[in-house]
Structure formats: C-alpha cells, structure tokens
Ligand binder design. Structure first.
Ligand SMILES: C[S@@+](CC[C@H](N)C(=O)[O-])C[C@H]1O[C@@H](n2cnc3c(N)ncnc32)[C@H](O)[C@@H]1O
Length: 382
C-alpha cells in the first residue's frame, strides 16, 4: 500500500460540474470557527456530538474487529450458557488474562457484554442477538475476507484490487456456476442461515394470499420457500437453482413436510428455460449478484414465464438512491463491488429494470429493516 498518493494531472472539468462550496461549509471547516464553536454555549453541544460521531467513524474499523474477535472466540455462546469471570473466560478462549481484559472492556464499551457486581461477565441484549440471530455470527465471521479486500480503500475504489470475496461466493461466475460441493455447502449454509430474517421481512411486505403457485429463482437450499410454505399452506411451490445447489432443498422440504407441495428444478437461468406454471416469481438476493444485462435478460424470461396478471417479487438489500443510507450505501454497495459481478441497486433502479423488462404496476413498499432487505414488485400486464 502506498503511504502517499501522488496527485495525477487532473483533466479539465466539464462546465457546471463544480461550484465553489457554500460560505457556511467553508466557515465550519475553518479551525478558528471550530475552536470558537466548541466554547460558545449555543453550539458547543452540537460540536461535541459531531465530534463523537466523527470519532465513531474514525474508530469504526476497531469496533468491527472487536466484534470479529468476540464472535470468533464464541464469547456470546459461552456467556449464554453461564456468566463467567475474566479468569474463566481467559481459560476458555485461550488468551492471556491481561490481554483479554482489554477485549472485555472494549466489548463492554460497545455494549456487547456487561460486568456484574460479582465481577463476572454476562451478555447484554445486543450481545444476546449475536448468539440468537440466525446467520449473524457466520456473516460477521466471513468478513475477514471483505476487510482484506478493503485494506487499501483507495486502490479498492480505483478498481486496482483483485478482490478475494469474489472467490468466496463462486456461484456468480460463469454459466455453470458452482460445482465444488464443499464451497457450495459453505455459501449455501451462510445464505440459508441469514434467510430467516429476510423471509420474515419479505413476507411482511407482500401479500401472497391471492397467489396460487410461487416459483423461487435462485432459491438456494429452500429456506425462503420453507418460510413461505409455513405461512401460506395453500401455495404450490417450485424452487429453481443451479444443479450443485438445488438438490439440497429436498431434505429441508422433507423435514418441513413440504414435499407434496414442492418441486425442485435444477438449472441455470442463463441457459435453461424457466419452469412454467407459477403466478408469482420471487428473486430473493439474486439480482445484486449480477450485471444489468444479465438482470434484464432474467427479468424478461420471468415476464415470459408468468401469465398476464402474474407478479414478480424482488427482495434484497438495496441502496437509498437519491437519499443514500448506511446499510445499502456504506455496506452492501461496497460488498457487491468487492464481488465484482453485480451491484447494489436502489428500489427506483430495480423498478426501472422491471419496467424495461415489460412489467407494470410496480410497487416499492417501505422496508421494515433496510439492513435486512427491501422489496419491489411488478405485474405482467400484457
Ligand atoms: C445470494 S444467493 C441467495 C439464495 C437465496 N435466494 C437466499 O436469499 O438465501 C444467490 C443464489 O442464486 C443462485 N444462482 C446464481 N446463479 C444462478 C443461475 N445462473 N441460475 C440459477 N440460480 C443461480 C445461487 O446458486 C444462489 O443459491
């Protein structure tokens, strides 16, 4: 990594591309103003809270690494079983006690754990989520790959990093997608674990009571359809995914007593015809892995596979578009960029892709938890 970036000669900017920043912005950026505002009674509280927010951004990487350490050492699982002293924890996680004390204090400051009067450590509500929210520890643990990709963020944004994350999720590459069973099992498990909350929020946003048959494209090992099947006992269901992935859904459907109502069709939406007969098609966390051309081609095939009046349902984390927001724009957008094949899109961008593929009556309901998922729906009209 370079310590200092040598400025390159800059090309002339197009007319209207730049405007001198406002007087107030320049004033606030001046050292004299900052010093004055920190003392002046009407502004000092704002200066303090802005300072704290800035420090949180500065320290964000350390916070993430504290979380990584807590998760990888399985401290939430240990403390869920019983409250433990620092000595006992040091033995459990095999870290010298004086070094562990630093981690425990750091995790306490981030409200992941708390120390009782007895001196023993226990989980806070936030820390308990690390033990209880399905898929969360797995998602956190695999972030070491993303952090390596982001180690030189300037090189990353310039496109000069050969990112590792892409290799972690191999199914998005090439026509055939994943074939190696170990890799397939790793990503399928991570996806299925994190699906529980996605399914919850998706089902809260859409109405399926009028539908008859749902086709879930890129449905993985069936976690979304299992949740759909439990919530809507009248629905017939078809799962379509790559041959290396789809067959694993059979066990899930069998265990959930859904075998009678489900069909599993292995195939690739790049090369194979889509299964027919559904009046609603879901694409859950599928589009963001792919470039616009692939998405348009897929949405056109979905349009053709539906009857008139049939619906398409897109559910995945989205950016905020004109109003960027943290989950979509400061996390998922970078994650997708590291994947190198697709991108995080806003509801408006997805709605435009749906319109381009021929869908109408497009709805963009407000998302319940934008860090989990957002939804866009469209209808085949002719
Ligand atoms: C990010 S995962 C999402 C899985 C599931 N929908 C979920 O939300 O848990 C994307 C899924 O799309 C599948 N997929 C990728 N390319 C595909 C293709 N060409 N044809 C069918 N499925 C594909 C992958 O195998 C994977 O299961």
């Amino acid at each position: 990594m370079k310590d200092i970036d040598i400025p390159l000669p800059k090309p002339a900017l197009p007319r209207g591309a730049a405007k001198r920043s406002g007087y107030l912005t320049r004033l606030v950026a001046s050292q004299g103003f900052q010093a004055w505002a920190a003392r002046f009674p009407l502004t000092r509280r704002l200066v303090r809270s802005e300072g704290e927010a800035m420090f949180d951004l500065v320290a964000g990487f350390c916070h993430s690494q504290i979380l990584q350490a807590v998760v990888r050492l399985q401290i939430p699982q240990l403390l869920l079983e019983r409250e433990l002293s620092a000595d006992a924890l040091a033995l459990e996680v095999d870290i010298p006690q004086e070094r562990l004390q630093v981690l425990l204090a750091a995790a306490t400051s981030l409200q992941l754990i708390k120390q009782r009067r007895s001196g023993r450590f226990a989980l806070t509500t936030r820390g308990a989520a690390l033990a209880g929210v399905p898929g969360l520890p797995g998602m956190i643990a695999h972030h070491y790959v993303l952090y390596r990709d982001l180690a030189d963020p300037v090189a990353f944004f310039r496109g000069d990093v050969d990112t590792e994350l892409a290799a972690f999720w191999p199914y998005v590459f090439g026509a055939g997608g994943a074939t190696d069973p170990t890799t397939t099992a790793t990503y399928s498990q991570l996806m299925a674990d994190s699906q529980v909350l996605v399914a919850e929020d998706t089902l809260a946003a859409v109405k399926l009571s009028d539908s008859r048959h749902i086709l879930d494209i890129g449905g993985g090992t069936g976690a979304f359809l299992a949740a759909v099947g439990a919530a809507h006992p009248h629905l017939q269901m078809t799962l379509f995914d790559l041959p290396a992935v789809a067959p694993a859904a059979a066990t899930r459907f069998k265990n959930a007593n859904l075998t009678e109502r489900t069909r599993i069709v292995p195939g690739s939406f790049r090369d194979d015809p889509l299964p027919q007969g559904a009046d609603i098609v879901s694409l859950v966390r599928v589009l963001y892995d792919h470039a616009d051309e692939t998405v348009i081609a897929l949405l056109r095939s979905v349009h053709d596979a539906l009857p008139i009046g049939g619906r398409v349902l897109i559910s995945e984390p989205m950016t905020g578009g004109d109003a960027p927001q943290r989950a979509g724009d400061a996390y998922f957008a970078l994650y997708c960029m590291a994947m190198r094949t697709g991108c995080a899109r806003s509801q408006v961008q997805i709605a435009a892709l749906l319109a381009q593929a021929g869908f109408g009556h497009i709805q963009t309901p407000k998302s319940r938890r934008s860090f989990i998922t957002a939804v866009v729906e469209g209808v085949r009209q002719s």
